[in-house]
Design a protein around this ligand. Structure first.
Ligand SMILES: [Zn+2]
Length: 343
């Protein structure tokens, strides 16, 4: 029996569409709530090759949303990309799954994405999304953005040169203190399921029917109230009054060039990491202090905050710099900064 016979029976897919799915390579960046659910869907529909990228390991509090991981994965602190690869190969041994335990960055992005026909956004930070957008627009590869906090999220499929790109939608990274995060506002599993399934469906449509099947709209899902809004977006084209979108119109790839990258280095002998995050505006320290005060005592000093959180003593400066004392692990420091301060 053909395991895909019911989706082949769906007229828009058919035998030809199924063959295209089986020839496709999809890269998924981030294997948290959204990315892991998309990976399972795409595995089950028979995408020929999945390239999976995540540096995190499985933790117990992932299991409420991240449907593929198990208590055993959490006990063993298995890297997410490794754990998910094992589970996916048990679900579908016909496909190839290629795991990578790392963060996506300017140095590895070409190696990770050069074979991908579609990129899926499973990340939780703006810096990586702008980096993916730069790559996608430069290399002309479609990508499916999504994000979720609480029971609300959004998704948008970007076909370079055809639809608006991520930087047409959000020209500059928003101030970190305005950003709600899953740590502060929570996130619930069924909402993740809906938005991740939408991403998987968009990927299938791109593979089977091409860019014509994509409307390029921004969809906002307010799932607790049950409202879903569709906002039609236009590309930010050059005209007599303005230069147009930095990325898809002017073709300046700031993030791919590393100009906006978070600079991080271990401070020798001090058990600390120094981070410098390029920002368009200074941090609003008072609002960050207010948000974090639910979890720890925050000392507000002129131009900086001091607090103890995650086993780390934090010193955060208004220009975006931070010193995290208590670790020399640069990648951990980057991750904690993105989670607590924002990227
Ligand atoms: Zn654009």
């Amino acid at each position: 029996m053909n395991r895909y016979r019911r989706q082949i029976a769906f007229a828009e897919i058919g035998e030809a569409g199924q063959a295209l799915l089986e020839q496709a390579t999809v890269a998924i960046c981030g294997l948290g709530a959204l990315g892991s659910c998309v990976a399972e869907r795409l595995c089950r529909v028979g995408i020929g090759k999945l390239i999976l990228i995540d540096r995190d390991w499985v933790e117990l509090d992932n299991l409420a949303r991240q449907t593929l991981y198990t208590e055993e994965d959490a006990r063993n602190a298995t890297p997410k990309s490794i754990a998910i690869t094992e589970h996916l190969q048990r679900i579908n041994s016909d496909i190839i799954v290629e795991p990578h335990v790392c963060d996506l960055d300017v140095d590895n992005i070409h190696a990770m994405f050069s074979r991908a026909s579609i990129i899926i956004d499973g990340t939780d930070n703006f810096e990586t999304r702008y980096l993916i957008n730069d790559y996608a627009c430069q290399a002309n590869v479609p990508w499916v953005h999504a994000g979720i906090v609480g029971a609300s999220g959004q998704s948008m499929t970007i076909v370079p040169g055809v639809t608006a790109c991520f930087r047409c939608l959000i020209p500059e990274p928003p101030p970190a203190e305005q950003m709600q995060t899953c740590d502060s506002a929570g996130v619930i599993g069924p909402a993740v399921g809906i938005i991740s399934n939408w991403q998987a469906l968009e990927a299938m449509k791109l593979i089977v029917a091409g860019p014509d099947a994509i409307d390029g709209a921004l969809r906002q899902f307010d799932l607790w109230s049950g409202n879903i809004r569709k906002l039609t977006l236009k590309r930010n084209r050059k005209n007599e009054n303005q230069a147009g979108c930095v990325t898809c119109e002017q073709r300046i790839f700031d993030f791919l060039d590393g100009r906006y990258q978070t600079q991080a280095r271990a401070m020798c002998g001090r058990n600390a990491v120094h981070l410098h995050v390029t920002r368009s505006e200074p941090l609003r320290l008072a609002s960050i202090a207010e948000r974090l005060s639910k979890e720890c005592d925050v000392k507000v000093l002129p131009f900086m905050l001091r607090f103890d959180l995650d086993g780390i003593t934090w010193s955060v400066f208004h220009d975006g710099r931070a010193v995290l004392t208590g670790t020399e692990d640069v990648e951990l420091a980057r991750k904690l900064y993105a989670r607590r301060i924002g990227s």
